[in-house]
Structures are given as structure tokens and as C-alpha cells.
Design a protein around this ligand. Structure first.
Ligand code: PLP
Length: 233
């Protein structure tokens, strides 16, 4: 894109460090470092969307730490309040913060908000942060990842499964598409739901990112149900 459009036309690059919204896609080794290098060379900001990967999903607080790549901005949401109350946040590098503060006379990002800094959401966020700390949740995934990996890969050989990938407490199961793309994924979602297991699908990809307090028995329940459902489709 830099060659095609020129670096001046590109303000920022935004990526999920591990793609979760499209299924689970793990970056090749060195990919994010290379992206950082390209952005640095051309004065382009690098933004990590950590809505899924943030708050302990990979066994450390943020994927930026996991991959040792520092973006200029991080967007976060879900884990910020444990999903209990809607809230999003953007973390920015000091220089960016200073620029906004200088331009707006002391209000971070002057805009016509309705719900900015909503006290109930902030209370939920603060309470969640306390629980992350007191229960050691930011690092809990380090002790769960191997069990999670084994449970996810137990699906090898299951009908229609063509790929399984995992990192931290994330797993993606790619299904072979039936006649109509997305149909098999949707059927799997419905039948799992009927059996008490809630999975998320992006077309024929099943993307799993369970609560950080999941127990090994619940992991088994999840993957055994998925196997039963897929084999029965
Ligand atoms: C990776 C990712 N980014 C952004 C969003 C949107 O987040 P929000 O609706 O909290 O703004 C989602 C929602 O699922 C997401 O999965």
C-alpha cells in the first residue's frame, strides 16, 4: 500500500494482533515486528485492536506484550468490564495524548459524547481490574493453555474440520464449507446452543474465546459437544 499510494496517504494501520473477528488467525513469526518496522520507516501509526486479545487472553495483560511489539494505540473493550457493562477504551502513546491535550485545552478527545466516562461503566471497569489483580487472572491463561490446546486438538478427525489453531485461550476451528458458505457454521452454532454450549461463528469458522475462569471439565464439555454436533451434521 505504501508503494501504491505513498506513505503520506496512510495515517495508520489497524490490526488485531491475533485475528479473532474473522475466525482465529495467528500471525506468522515476525509479522507484527515487520509491520512495526514498516510503520516506523514511513511515519505511520500502528494500532492494535485488542478487543479480544486484551486483558489476559494470551496469558499476559495484552498481546502487545505477548509479541513484544509496541503499537502507538490500543483499542480495548470486552475484558475491560468483563462484558458486564458496555465500555470501550483507547490507550495511546504519550506523544499522541499530548497532541490531543494541547489541541483541545485539557479535554482528551473533544467530541459530542453522551456516555463518555459513564460512572456505572467506570465502576464496573474498576471492579473488574481489582478482580483481575486479586485472582491473578491476567496470567491465569498460562496455566490453562496446554489443557486448552489438547482439548481443541481433540477435534482432529471430526467431520468437516479442516484446520484447528490455538493461542493462549483462543481457538479457531475451520470447517469445510457445505454447499452454501456459512451454512455449516450456522448449523453448528444452533445445535451447540441447543446443547448448552455457546460458540461464535464467522461463516464456517468457529472462534472460541471462553471466560478466563473456565475449568478443564468445561473445556471438555465444549469440545465434546462440538464433536457430537459436527459429526451429526
Ligand atoms: C476484534 C474486535 N474489535 C472490535 C469489536 C467491536 O467492539 P465494540 O463493539 O466494543 O466497539 C469487536 C466486537 O466483537 C471485536 O471482536
Amino acid at each position: 500500500m505504501v508503494e501504491k499510494r505513498g506513505a503520506d496517504a496512510i495515517a495508520a494501520v489497524i490490526v488485531e494482533p491475533v485475528y479473532g473477528a474473522t475466525g482465529v488467525l495467528i500471525p506468522p513469526l515476525g509479522y507484527l515486528q515487520r509491520l512495526r518496522g514498516i510503520c516506523d520507516r514511513h511515519g505511520i501509526l500502528l494500532i492494535f485492536d485488542e478487543v479480544i486479545t486484551g486483558f489476559g487472553r494470551l496469558g499476559v495483560p495484552f498481546a502487545a506484550e505477548y509479541f513484544s511489539v509496541q503499537p502507538d494505540l490500543i483499542t480495548a473493550a470486552k475484558g475491560l468490564t468483563n462484558g458486564s457493562i458496555p465500555m470501550g477504551a483507547v490507550f495511546v502513546r504519550q506523544g499522541i495524548y499530548d497532541t490531543f491535550m494541547a489541541a483541545t485545552g485539557g479535554i482528551e478527545f473533544f467530541h459530542g459524547y453522551t456516555h463518555s466516562g459513564h460512572p456505572v461503566a467506570c465502576a464496573a471497569g474498576l471492579a473488574t481490574l481489582e478482580i483481575y489483580e486479586s485472582e491473578g487472572l491476567m496470567n491465569r491463561v498460562q496455566t490453562l493453555a496446554d489443557t486448552w490446546e489438547a482439548a481443541a486438538h481433540s477435534l482432529h478427525g471430526t467431520k468437516a474440520v479442516i484446520d484447528i489453531c490455538n493461542l493462549g485461550l483462543l481457538a479457531g476451528i475451520e470447517l469445510e464449507s457445505a454447499e452454501k458458505p456459512g451454512q455449516r457454521g450456522f448449523e453448528a452454532f444452533l445445535r451447540c446452543f441447543e446443547k448448552g454450549v455457546f460458540v461464535r461463528t464467522a461463516r464456517d469458522n468457529i472462534a472460541l474465546s471462553p471466560p478466563l475462569v473456565i475449568q478443564p471439565g468445561q473445556m471438555n464439555q465444549l469440545f465434546i459437544t462440538l464433536a457430537e454436533v459436527l459429526n451429526g451434521l
